[in-house]
Ligand binder design. Structure first.
Ligand code: PEP
Length: 248
């Protein structure tokens, strides 16, 4: 049985001071019996995450990584730099990066490959827009996005975490229904199984307006192995209630 994983995506939010308060509350009350927990913060705060979380069972990671190993790529952050701050995870292909930074499926795949080569676990985000869903293209889009990564990482596919994040559900307060989530997760699970030969290796998270009020319903679906949480992850009480909803 896959232990559930809750990942907080702080996005471009926080300050040294507010992070400190939030991390202290999380460390004090987090119960690892319910689920694993990780926080993905902005790069300048990775050192703070390492300092504050090292003695706890909460893990941490970054929100993006360069597809290059090193060199003349001003402003980019390499996978080995993330490893210097003991990151375990890195989010790749978040829809905000696909949308605002024009990241293609191939670039996302190269980032996932680079992360794996450095010993990081990529959390690969896939998801359809509202227009894709209305046009009946949901399955096609998520399979295309994941297939680019599987093609690039080959036998390391079993190391991936996948996050299904419908774009229309991110930050909108409108989460996908249990039926929609389970149906896409089943498709992704089958795709991963075809690539790895295993049905139970990869954790598939759901993300998109997860909150304490919908967590229990979404996190008990059979193919949902946890959640990628944006807005609610900046509030310790809300994030911990989402963790509690994973109670085995
Ligand atoms: C996200 O940013 O990955 C996310 C799921 O955001 P929210 O929970 O705010 O919808």
């Amino acid at each position: 049985m896959r232990k559930k994983l809750i990942v907080g995506n702080w996005k471009m939010n926080g300050s040294l001071q507010t992070n400190q308060v939030l991390l202290a509350s999380l460390c004090q009350a987090f119960d690892p019996a319910n689920a694993d927990l990780a926080i993905c913060g902005s790069t300048p705060y990775l050192s703070q995450l390492q300092t504050c979380l090292s003695a706890s069972s909460i893990e941490w990671g970054a929100q993006d990584v360069s597809s290059h190993e090193s060199g003349a790529f001003t402003g980019e952050v390499s996978a080995s730099m993330l490893k210097d701050f003991a990151c375990r995870f890195v989010i790749v292909g978040h829809s905000e990066r696909r949308q605002y930074q024009g990241e293609s499926d191939d670039l996302v795949a190269a980032k996932a490959q680079r992360a794996l080569a450095a010993g990081l676990t990529p959390i690969v985000c896939v998801g359809e827009t509202a227009r894709d869903r209305e046009a009946g293209r949901t399955e096609f889009v998520v399979k295309r996005q994941l297939s680019a990564v599987i093609h690039a990482v080959g036998h390391c596919t079993s190391e991936l975490i996948v996050a299904y994040e419908p774009v229309w559900a991110i930050g909108t307060g409108e989460h996908a229904s249990a039926e929609q989530v389970q149906s896409v997760h089943r498709v992704l699970r089958a795709q991963l199984q075809a690539a790895t030969g295993h049905s139970d290796r990869n954790r598939i998270l759901y993300g998109g307006s997860v909150s304490p009020s919908n967590a229990a319903e979404l996190l008990t679906l059979s193919d949902v192995d946890g959640a990628l949480v944006g807005g609610a992850s900046r509030d310790a009480h809300q994030l911990l209630s989402i963790v509690s909803a994973c109670r085995p």
